[in-house]
Design a binder for this molecule. Structure first.
Ligand SMILES: [Zn+2]
Length: 633
């Protein structure tokens, strides 16, 4: 039987240094503003103090802090990543203190959850369906791995290993253990990371148990509910789809339930497919990916349209104004696609990753770094404030950890190949063909499609440079050391240049990046008759602030004009520097109706100028309307 293991190895973010004007400033704002801001909020809301255990609860409901440990955990992860690329003794000292606090709360048996140590000790491990204990454990493990990798200090990693041992002693198929698994997947992928950081296969096997046991009968959530004297039929979400536990994952046909839970689980499924060479797990990922990307994903990479279950509904149900599209869900989408990309190096996974990162992920944090969106709708009547914190603040530290490690998503290596998935001005140091290779990207991407790669090697090196042809790009020109070169992309969507590279060799890769209209499949009934504007990886939107006294939903544009007559204007002082789109449209005239609700003559229309900005920077000026999908008539 042939192996399905990953062909590619991702290059860690510590090997990629950004010098661009798109991600570079975001990483810097994340370091200077977001990470300190989140720390202050964690302190203010008692989430760090909770590890002292001798604390008074000052929050409105203990339920709020059931998952409270996950927030400092994600913050430690974000801060550790930041320390890896930008040493900062003050931040390092705070991280060290928080790590000590976490460790101090650990119980003699290894257990470590402040809520169930302090507030409801009698309920420990009694409600895995709802109470997030393993979810918090998973985030603490991820934080511990990042902390160890950044500092070399193993203390937090050792504490979380003891907690993982405790969980492994408590749960599993062996006699005397509970056959449980968490209602909010996360620990599964964290255990795989813990396995790699410690080398202990016990954690990998525990992750596999949790993925395989999930959704089997008799159902663990029924059993534990009866043990609590609860009626399992009265579960508020009505279906275990919400917990990704309605059927074993190998039998899932569609992506359902809570979107973040689905993405975290499927990220672990992809990890385990690789670790155990498990073809069925990989096929499961591909099957669910087809359903998600072809029928259930917003053009922004947002996923999960419904607020009710923070998740999925039906195929082609993609309402724009009520889109839930949680920031964390797009983060999960990126994590999962990054994992799938490494198996075969097919560009479709990097396309989704890019769509998410440049749109529905980045919209989740303001340009100054201290205000966030939990939901990322594709239109707004003007009531969507950014907030500096949330009662459930999962998104802010999640954004912080991804931005601090954004370099993770750009490159992979193979024995004799460098893979470039994403574009930005940066310098990457890689090991390929048994030597150190530097790749310098110079580009103004995403404002311009021209990327120049320069190779740095100590001695000539034989390897293939593979770079992605994005799904939005229909034509490109290539030059090697200034000479035009004609190469077709491979079946996987990457252009491969295999040769002997000398230091200073350059490849200029010019992707044509016109502004385009995008239509949704007509099966998406909410978007019928509408278009979105997209240029390169960026989806555009209109904002009220640029269209005074005009209701955005009354604006229509002619799709035929978009490519031919709309213009682009790079404005360095606007929104951190963005290419703005200018064009003409019409607006329905709302005048002359008096008290009439209906009448037999249509409203008039008049010509107007419109201005569109990248969706990822909306809601950074003043509260107002926003709209991605525009009428065409
Ligand atoms: Zn979230």
């Amino acid at each position: 039987m042939s192996s399905i293991k990953r062909k590619l190895t991702p290059v860690p973010f510590t090997q990629v240094r950004f010098t661009d004007s798109f991600w570079g400033p975001r990483i810097e704002v994340n370091r200077r503003a977001t990470i300190p801001h989140i720390y202050r909020k964690l302190e203010e809301t008692g989430r760090i103090g909770a590890f002292d255990l001798n604390f008074e609860r000052e929050v409105p409901s203990p339920i709020v802090l059931i998952f409270g440990d996950s927030d400092p955990a994600k913050w430690i992860e974000a801060a550790s990543y930041s320390l890896s690329t930008h040493p900062d003794p003050d931040l390092a000292a705070i991280v060290d203190r928080v790590a000590d606090k976490i460790i101090s709360a650990q119980q003699p048996d290894g257990y470590l959850n402040t809520h169930f140590i302090h507030t409801q000790p009698e309920m420990r491990w009694k409600n895995l369906r709802d109470w997030h204990e393993m979810y918090c454990a998973g985030h603490l493990m991820e934080g511990a791995v990042a902390h160890y990798q950044a500092t070399g200090n193993p203390k937090l990693l050792e504490a979380l290993s003891r907690y993982a041992d405790h969980i492994d002693n408590t749960f599993g198929r062996e006699p005397g253990k509970k056959r449980g698994y968490c209602g909010h997947p996360e620990i599964e992928l964290a255990l795989v990371r813990l396995y790699h950081a410690t080398g202990n296969p016990r954690y990998l096997n525990l992750a596999k148990y949790m993925v395989d046991e999930r959704g089997t009968q008799p159902h663990y959530y029924d059993i534990e509910a009866l043990e609590r004297n609860d009626n399992p039929a009265k579960f508020w979400a009505r279906t275990y789809e919400y917990c990704q536990a309605h059927v074993p994952v190998r039998q899932q046909e569609k992506v359902v339930g809570h979107a973040v839970r689905a993405m975290y689980l499927l990220s672990a499924v992809a990890d385990l497919a690789h670790e155990f060479d498990d073809e069925i797990l990989l096929e499961t990922c591909y099957r669910l990916w087809d359903n998600l990307v072809m029928k259930r994903m917003y053009i922004t990479g947002g996923i999960g349209p419904s607020r009710h279950n923070e998740g999925f509904t039906q195929d082609y149900d993609l309402p724009d104004e009520t889109a839930y599209a949680e920031t964390c869900a797009t983060i999960g989408l990126v994590l999962w696609n990054h994992r799938l990309l490494q198996f075969s190096g097919e560009s479709c996974f990097a396309d989704v990753m890019e769509r998410g990162l440049y749109n529905g992920f980045l919209s989740g944090v303001s340009l100054e770094g201290t205000h966030f969106l939990y939901e990322n709708p594709l239109s707004s009547a003007g009531e969507r404030l950014r907030h500096d914190w949330f009662i459930c603040p999962c998104c802010p530290p999640n954004v912080a950890r991804i931005l601090a490690s954004i370099g993770n998503y750009f490159y992979s290596t193979e024995d004799a190949a460098v893979w470039v998935h994403l574009f930005a001005e940066n310098e990457a140091t890689l090991r390929v063909a048994n030597q150190i290779v530097k790749i310098f990207q110079s580009t103004k991407y995403p404002w311009d499609g021209l990327v120049t790669f320069r190779v740095g090697v100590d001695r000539p090196a034989n390897f293939a440079l593979r770079f992605r042809l994005p799904d939005w790009c229909q034509s490109y020109q290539l030059k090697i050391n200034g000479t035009p070169w004609d190469v077709q992309p491979e079946k996987n969507g990457y252009i491969a240049l295999a040769r002997t590279w000398n230091s200073g060799d350059t490849v200029s890769y010019e992707m044509d990046m016109p502004l385009k209209a995008a239509w949704a499949n007509p099966a998406v009934r909410q978007l019928e008759g509408r278009i979105a504007l997209q240029r390169g990886p960026l989806v555009y939107c209109l904002e009220g602030v640029d269209h005074e006294n005009i209701i955005l939903d009354r604006i229509a544009v002619d799709p035929g004009q978009v490519t031919r007559q709309f213009t682009l204007d790079y404005q360095s002082s606007l929104l951190g520097g963005v290419a703005v789109v200018h064009g003409q449209g019409t607006v329905i005239d709302g005048q002359g109706w008096g008290d009439q609700l209906y009448r037999s003559t249509p409203p008039g229309k008049k010509e107007i100028s419109i201005t569109a900005i990248p969706y990822c920077v909306w809601n950074n000026r003043q509260l107002g309307e926003m709209r991605v999908w525009l009428r065409t008539r």
